[in-house]
Design a protein around this ligand. Sequence first.
Ligand code: SF4
Length: 528
Amino acid sequence: MTVYIVNPSHVSFGIGVITPRWLYVLAAATPDSAGVPRLIDETLESFDTKVIVAGDVVGIGIHTGNALRGYEIGVAARAAGAYVVFGGIHASLYPDEARELGGAHTVVTGDGDRAWPEVIRDCAAGIPRVLYEGGRLEGDTFLAGRWDLLPAGRYMWASVQTVRGCPKHCSFCSVWRTDGQRPRARHVDHVLDEVVDLRRRGFRFIALADDNFYPVTLEDLRMAARRKDPGQLERLQAIRDERFALMEGLARLPEDTVLFTQITMEAAEDPEFLDAMRRAHIRGALVGVEAVTPEGLKDVYKDFNDSGDALVERLKRFRHHGIHVLGSFIFGLPSDRASTFDATLSVAQRSGVTFAQFVMLTPYPGTLDFAAWEKSLGADPPRIGGVPISRHWLIPQSARPKVYMDHPVMSPDEIRERTQAVWDQFYSLPNIWARSRGSVSKLKARLAFLLISKIYRQMYANTGIATDSARVSRSARWARLMAIPCRRLFAGRPMPDLRIDRPVVESSAPRTLRMASSPPSPRVNVGR
Ligand code: SF4
């Protein structure tokens, strides 16, 4: 029996930007009795399902974007006589679909780390159940990845998770509903062990693949103090203390380490946190800006963000503290107008973000937007090739629309063309070159910056937005070619003897209780 764990993708680049961490975590969860699992990442190359034989176990993890390719693999694996197991966000939301269209014998919902060994044992015994409920694991039980199984020289960035869950409730995002709103942080020592392991293997660039690295804001603490809720204040302060302890540990990594994460914009108001990030080698962060107008922010339930010039100033603050920003913007919100595209480009350029992504609003299952949109379509939604658009992920890639939600004043083509134009302008050669001056100093580094910017654009803009299939495959080919020299830029020297001291994680209870009993201005400086 061979165990395959598959990350499906309809497009392959030969080189991956970030390691799909979940493959390596499930490999760690695979029982020894099943042998060493075969990890298949189709973003590197497509999977030849002919190698599957009867009795094998094929685990396929899907999100909505790659569900259709996942189902193709599942059907082929079942036809070959293998046990087919689906997991991931999409399978958790639509377990029946994975059975009906993907040939699944069984589906694992929620966090798969603990359920996976049981699934393997049941398959080996020929008695898999139809459903395994993984639930939400506590942070101290998250597994480290089996990085000894990484193929050499195929990924630019490694990935480590430090916290799961996000307390916000953005309307376009499913994270807070699938991973929950209570942050579940991993033990600091476990994160550091894994990061050190990856540095020993030669990864200098590591993504902290978290839902939200900044789960407690200063405003959260102030609100808990105002409400005179000592229990909540203590919980929040403990989470904040743990973040600082983690960053103190990360600060002991070799100087040339580069970490990247995702945070909310509120971190700009927290200079102590930003300075700790910089010391911890966190050089960049994806920040969900989403919209540049107050109306747009209201559309996505993100009115904790700023708009206009205040937004520009807030984003600049990250750079002042040494954190590069990958700004994420959404187009196609109901309040967007033709002028919104230029205004967004202007904010992206004036605010000094180093990279930007401009995505079109897409109703993804599990989100509030999807629920409202699906309801608005009624009992008989429009169809494409017989597939209702409320199941857009089942429409073949080449026929899949790029914009789904009706817009009050713009056509889907107008939104798509204007979005593409913003990508083109932000990533034009003169604009990238100008940005490189503010980001790096040496000529060689500026050329590297240019290459990375271009490859980012090819991988994420042209393959995602273009409707013309020739343009999509040209972009994929170009990205494939450029990914090889680009990966070399990220490679580090293996450091097999690396060791770092561990910070002492201080209990926050006495301090927060003190704060709760005398709350006029909550002390958020944890005083490390
Ligand atoms: S978009 Fe970001 S901040 Fe909003 S709910 Fe999702 S993870 Fe949290």
